[in-house]
Every structure is written in C-alpha cells, then in structure tokens.
Design a protein around this ligand. Structure first.
Ligand SMILES: [Zn+2]
Length: 124
C-alpha cells in the first residue's frame, strides 16, 4: 500500500473538545518493514498509546471493520496486522470511559511521522 496524497481535514467533535482541542495527523508505518499502516488523527497531548477507530482517516476499511464491535463482542474484532510482513501491531480494545473502539498499540511496532513528506524522507 502507498499513503494517499490527499489532504485530510481534522475531525472536530466532543472527543476532541475533551482533549484540549489540539490535533494532528500521524502517518503510521510498520517499524519492521516500513509498510504504510494508517493515517491517524491524534487528539491532545501525550504519547500515542491507542488508535481510536473513529480517528483512522485512511485506510477507511480499517475503521469500517470495527463497526458494531463493543466490549461484549470484542473477541470478534481482528488484531491489527501489517499487511506486508504480518507483524502484529495492535490489539483490539474498547476504551470504556467513552465506549470507543480502539487499537491498543504494541510498543515498538510502528514509526509515526507528522507528514507524508517526513515519512518518505525517513526512508530515503
Ligand atoms: Zn510490516
């Protein structure tokens, strides 16, 4: 997969308001093989521990396949796996305070870059 060239718009909603209104996009690649994994809207300060499905702007299928998953049927949710090297990147979870589906990242499995350009530069 290649990252799309399109520019995305920051999604603004109550989740964002509860996180001091600070958002950015992260271009996430597999730390093992550099395959693009997702473009993610990170809200608020702090490290990236989990990726909420409703903030995955690309690929949309990654967010779509979590539709209908709740804490009671979480076992049906897929692991997040690198499509190229099959490394397990994250485990499915539901963030209980907000009842939001998320992928809990396994430390050290990804690279994050602030832009497509930076992501490409890192590989150059
Ligand atoms: Zn990989």
């Amino acid at each position: 997969m290649e990252f799309p060239l399109e520019e995305f718009k920051i999604k603004k909603d109550s989740y964002l308001k509860s996180r001091d209104g600070n958002s950015k996009f992260l271009y996430i690649t597999c730390a093992n093989c550099n395959e693009p994994i997702m473009i993610y809207q990170k809200d608020g300060k702090g490290g990236l521990l989990r990726c909420y499905a409703d903030r995955i702007v690309w690929p949309t299928k990654l967010a779509d396949r979590t539709a209908g998953i709740t804490s009671s049927n979480l076992k049906q949710a897929d692991l997040l796996i690198c499509p190229k090297c099959d490394n397990v990147i994250a485990n499915p979870m539901v963030y209980i305070p907000e009842k939001r589906f998320a992928y809990r990242l396994i430390p050290g499995t990804i690279h994050t870059d602030r832009s497509l350009k930076r992501s490409k530069n890192r590989l150059a």
